[in-house]
Design a protein around this ligand. Structure first.
Ligand code: SF4
Ligand code: SF4
Length: 545
């Protein structure tokens, strides 16, 4: 397995070499001495007896256990917003539609396939409610979460929302059920993504009211996604602190976006120069400490130092999102088990809760089965980007993850003064025996990507193929918006359409039947008149003279 050279440069220009083996988590000086981690607050030792992670793939499918500890319930993919990028984009509209009877059935059956947590009352289990926008499914969400809280009061409940459909009733309810809420918002980059609830005074007030309720309990956070045009964690955090009027607001980041649709590709860095620019900007924020105020950055760094302190073998690493784990499961209200909460189409239905032992995660590829990841210096931090993406989307996601994770790799252990190591950490990372393979070479990165259009002689110029991709995306968004304008946006949209169609069918049948009745009446009348005429003619009813 590859070992990498890390060259440190001190403020006086002197350099020093370290060796890093990400598979054994060994960071040593040239002469083999372990690097002193105490300046970062870590000491060697601790955990041993590591368990090897299962390398899931279609040939070696992952399983799911009844001892579920992270349960992600998908309510559907409807959303009142139509963001410029969306992790569920390829799946929207392909999920099974559900109603309140499915909620009752789900609750009634939950006991039969879940062990109920460590104490049978939900302890040690995090239950997440997913959309689309979960509050578009208010009736289902309410019935489901209340049913779960009644029966499993120790379970932690959480939800991610765009924050645009909150009101007093929902805020009180979230507080009462002790929910943890993350509001997904890109801060100063929100305009690149879609509508901004903070621009609507009523919506902004509702988000602040929720913050006031949940922040003191440590149950409120804002979640920012970085893109090619908006990648400063420092600016994002400052924006949120100002907007919420509180410096202690908790801000997390879903990192540099993973692309799942053409919009995601458009918002990903497109050139090596852009990747470099983002990396250097993020590095600056790590070096000056400002990015460390973002909770997920801090946790990622702690995790990396821990990996060194405990010599964590890479073979123990599952995927970053955890959905390859046996005790993490994503289900819909019909009881279908899915690859993850962002998938809903038939290709990602990997079984059913009624036959949980037969569920097979065949739709994922563990990082250790990808050549790029096996030879990657940041694998301990990245853990393989998205496990189900393939082809161009996976490669671009990998590029984005590499750029984001490489900056975190450069934690300045010496950033706090003279008494600490004089070296910057690390100034430059070079590969000793390993190389990132073809997928991310500059040549390869030029293939099939959607680039930022250029201006020539006052005309916007872009490749035809990308233009068609853009048109397709615009048409899809337009259609969604048109449906939203006529009220077909919420969880009932599909069943409303079905009801309308059956109503029309009934009208057509009634019209056809009415005509048939009229024709039958006229025919019967004519026949009766004919019979009466014949009877009179033949003098059948007395009256003979
Ligand atoms: S940056 Fe790319 S190659 Fe490295 S671990 Fe992440 S997905 Fe794999
Ligand atoms: S597999 Fe993991 S990374 Fe990929 S979309 Fe699902 S939750 Fe996200």
């Amino acid at each position: 397995m590859p070992t990498y050279t890390i060259t440190l440069q001190g403020p006086d220009g002197t350099t020093e070499r370290l060796l890093y083996d990400p598979h054994a988590s060994l960071l040593t000086h040239d002469d083999g001495r372990p690097v002193d981690l105490s300046q970062a607050g870590f000491v060697y030792g601790g955990k041993s007896g590591w368990e090897t992670a299962m390398a899931v793939s279609s040939e070696n499918p992952g399983l799911k256990t009844h001892s579920v500890r992270k349960l992600k319930v998908s309510l559907g993919f409807s959303c009142n917003y139509s963001c410029a990028y969306c992790g569920q984009a390829s799946q929207v509209g392909r999920e099974e539609s559900t109603d309140l009877t499915d909620v009752s059935r789900f609750l009634a059956n939950l006991d039969s396939w879940w062990d109920g947590g460590r104490d049978g009352k939900g302890a040690g289990t995090n239950i997440q409610f997913w959309g689309g926008e979960p509050f578009v499914y208010w009736k289902k969400l309410k019935a489901l979460a209340e049913g779960i809280k009644d029966r499993w009061p120790s379970a932690e409940l959480s939800v991610i929302t765009n924050g645009s459909v909150l009101n007093k009733e929902k805020i009180e309810w979230l507080d009462r059920l002790d929910f943890a809420v993350a509001v997904s918002h890109d801060g100063p980059g929100q305009a690149l993504r879609g509508p901004d609830p903070f621009e609507d005074p009523e919506k902004a007030a509702a988000i602040r009211a929720l913050f006031d309720r949940l922040h003191p309990k440590g149950k409120f956070s804002l979640n920012v996604v970085l893109t090619r045009d908006h990648y400063s964690l420092k600016t994002a955090r400052e924006w949120f602190a100002k907007t919420m009027g509180d410096q202690s607001v908790v801000v997390g980041s879903e990192e540099l976006l993973l692309p799942y649709d053409p919009g995601g590709l458009m918002l990903s860095p497109a050139t090596d120069e852009e990747h470099k620019q983002i990396r250097l900007a993020l590095l600056g924020e790590i070096m000056d400490g400002s990015a460390l105020a973002v909770s997920t950055v801090w946790m990622k760094l702690q995790d990396w130092f821990n990996s060194l302190a405990q010599a964590r073998p890479a073979s123990t690493l599952g995927q970053k999102c955890g959905m390859d784990r046996e005790d993490n499961i994503a289900v819909d209200l019909k009881g279908n088990v899915h690859t993850c909460q962002n998938t809903g189409d038939a290709a990602h239905r990997i079984g059913h809760v009624e036959t949980l032992d037969e569920v097979r995660l065949t739709t994922a590829t563990h990082w250790s089965l990808r050549e790029e990841c096996r030879r990657c210096p940041v694998v301990q931090l990245c853990k393989g980007a998205c496990m189900y993406l393939e082809g161009e989307y996976w490669r671009r996601g990998c590029d984005n993850s590499f750029t984001y994770t490489r900056h975190a790799h450069r934690r300045p252990v010496d950033a706090h003064g003279e008494s600490r190591c004089r070296h910057r950490w690390p100034y430059e990372t070079r590969y000793l025996t390993g190389r990132r393979v073809a997928a991310t070479t500059p040549e390869n990165r030029k293939e099939n990507r959607m680039n930022r259009p250029t201006m020539e002689d006052g005309h916007v110029v872009m490749p035809e193929e990308e233009f068609e991709q853009l048109l397709e995306l615009a048409a899809e968004r337009g259609a969604r918006r048109a449906l939203a304008d006529v009220g077909l946006v919420d969880e009932h949209a599909a069943s409303d359409i079905r009801d309308l169609r059956s109503l029309l069918g009934a009208v057509r049948t009634a019209r056809r039947t009415a005509w048939q009745t009229v024709v039958r009446l006229i025919t019967t009348g004519l026949i009766l008149a004919l019979i009466a005429g014949v009877a009179i003619k033949l003098k059948l009813f007395g009256g003979g003279h």
